[in-house]
Design a protein around this ligand. Structure first.
Ligand code: NAD
Length: 488
């Protein structure tokens, strides 16, 4: 496996070879901790490069399907072992490239290993059902069959886990893959692909092409040889994916934004609620689709909760995620930092009160990074932009509610529906919440951002389109069902 060299260019991986782009252009991947540090270079690939990748995946699909699920699973086990061997290096690259703290980056890489093992195990599980036929002399059964060539387009915020939770099920269920990572975290993604390369998959099964969304991303979604597109990213790009895929009648799956609420009722364990809000909102610098961004608190405990939350936020240590003791890293890019700063100003101009945060770090050693302190607003109305739009940064809004019914109404007053959480000790309250909340991930006395790899993942409303990812649910997207009738 290659080690990180500062000036290294990571090539495309097509047909089991690392190949140069016909464009001969490269893109710098810089560190958000110091914009003068170059983590590596990736290629600004051309449509010609993409064409080679798609052709390779297309050519490989028959033999890969015929290899059988169990054998494909064995290759995933091997990839998992190699990823595990390289965990430290990949996690460090992730921290350097997109800024999340090293313990978080290690946790994400370990999750990637676990996801690979989970889907490797799928290789030995059933791929169909036997159904009683009305004809006693017949055998009626279903069999899952791969969809073909799958286009994988991913964002920068989980550069290891998201590609793996798409690529691993795609492969084990017999599809070949054309993968385009987000440029901001493409070096980390390239290192994940190096693990797949070392595992010894047959030629053309996995193809990795870096480049811009407009050229490579758009090229993937419009390509006639692709049979399915799995996309995680912003709503605006998701819409483009949906339009192109539905026009061609192919499968697509979109995981997009969130404006995830946490409700704190007057009977809640406030200590646990503060802890969960801090973690859910500010870990990964708030750059998780499941991050907590609205906290709806019942009025009798509002002031006490607010004061405890502000106190805990004041203790958060922001800085270089490679250093020990740092709790929150920088925003992943300058444009992310600017978005956060812009929303801080929007919040103030809308009349909300900034209680804490939203400041750039002053120390000299931080001046070249994209650091900002975690921010909390109060006096927020539900229809303000800061309470409606996804900020994707360390900013939360506090909203007061009179009772649970109003709290749930506020929580649902958004176009999104990814994750939602409640802190309460009353069974009737949590049951009402489970029933009434519009969210794909419903969390009780737990932070909004927790995800278990063996369970379905996805949202409602504008957060997701298509079948769920992860766990067994992923099978729905990556396979089609054949219903087979055999007359004896
Ligand atoms: P983005 O939409 O800008 O980019 C996502 C990917 O799409 C990148 O690889 C990008 O290059 C590519 N792309 C851009 N233009 C394209 C085009 N025209 N055609 C095809 N592909 C194109 O998103 P981002 O800034 O990388 O990520 C942040 C967003 O991702 C947030 O909205 C966040 O909520 C969302 N997200 C959602 C989930 C989830 O599971 N729901 C998880 C993580 C992130």
């Amino acid at each position: 496996m290659q080690t990180v060299l500062k000036e290294k260019t990571f090539k495309n991986y097509i047909n089991n070879e690392w190949v140069e782009s016909t464009s001969y252009e490269v893109i710098r991947s810089i560190s958000p901790m110091n914009k003068e540090e170059i983590v590596g270079y990736v290629q600004k690939s051309s449509r010609e490069d993409l064409e080679k990748g798609v052709q390779a995946a297309y050519k490989a699909k028959k033999s890969w399907r015929k290899m059988g699920q169990a054998k494909r699973g064995e290759l995933l086990f091997r990839a998992a072992d190699i990823l595990e061997e390289n965990l430290e290096d990949i996690a460090e690259t992730m921290t350097r490239e997109m800024g999340k703290t090293l313990p978080e980056a290690k946790g994400e890489t370990a999750r990637g290993v676990a996801i690979l093992r989970y889907y490797a195990g799928e290789g030995m599980r059933s791929d169909g059902d036997v159904i009683p036929s009305s004809d006693q002399a017949a055998l009626l059964f279903t069999r899952r069959t791969p969809v073909g060539v799958v286009g994988v387009i991913t964002p920068w915020n989980f550069p290891v886990a998201i590609p793996i939770w798409k690529i691993a099920p795609a492969l084990v269920y017999g599809n070949t893959v054309v993968f385009k990572p987000a440029t901001e975290a493409a070096v980390t993604a390239a290192k994940v692909i190096e693990c797949f390369a070392e595992a010894g998959f047959p030629e053309g099964v996995i193809n990795f092409i870096t480049g811009s969304g407009a050229v490579i991303g758009q090229g993937i979604i419009d390509h006639p040889l692709l049979n399915a597109i799995t996309f995680t990213g912003s709503e605006s790009v998701g819409e483009v994916v949906a339009r192109s895929a539905s026009a061609r009648g192919i499968k697509y799956q979109l995981e997009m934004g969130g404006k995830n609420p946490v409700i704190v009722t007057k009977d809640a364990d406030l200590h646990a609620a503060v802890d969960a809000v801090i973690n859910g909102a500010f870990r990964s610098t708030g750059q998780k689709c499941t991050a907590t961004s609205r906290v709806i608190v019942e009025s009798p405990i509002f002031d006490e909760f607010r004061d405890k939350l502000v106190e805990a936020t004041r203790r958060i240590k922001v800085g270089n995620g490679l250093e020990e003791g740092i709790w929150m890293g920088p925003c992943a890019s300058e444009s992310q930092l600017n978005t956060v700063r812009n929303y801080i100003e929007i919040g103030k101009s809308e009349g909300a009160k900034l209680l804490i945060g939203g400041e750039l770090l002053e120390a000299k050693k931080y001046e070249k990074g994209f650091y900002i302190t975690p921010a909390i607003f109060e006096n927020v109305k539900s229809n303000m932009r800061i309470a409606q739009e996804e900020i994707f940064g360390p900013v939360i809004v506090l909203i007061k509610s009179e009772d649970l019914e109003e709290a749930i109404e506020i929580a649902n007053y958004t176009k999104y529906g990814l994750s939602a959480s409640i802190f309460t000790t009353k069974i009737s309250s949590l049951l009402e919440f489970i029933d009434e909340i519009d969210a794909g991930l419903v969390r009780i006395n737990a932070e909004s951002a927790g995800v278990e790899l063996q369970a379905p993942f996805g949202g409602m409303k504008a957060s997701s389109v298509g079948s769920r990812e992860q766990g067994e649910a992923a099978k729905e997207f990556y396979t089609s069902i054949k219903t087979i009738f055999i007359k004896g």
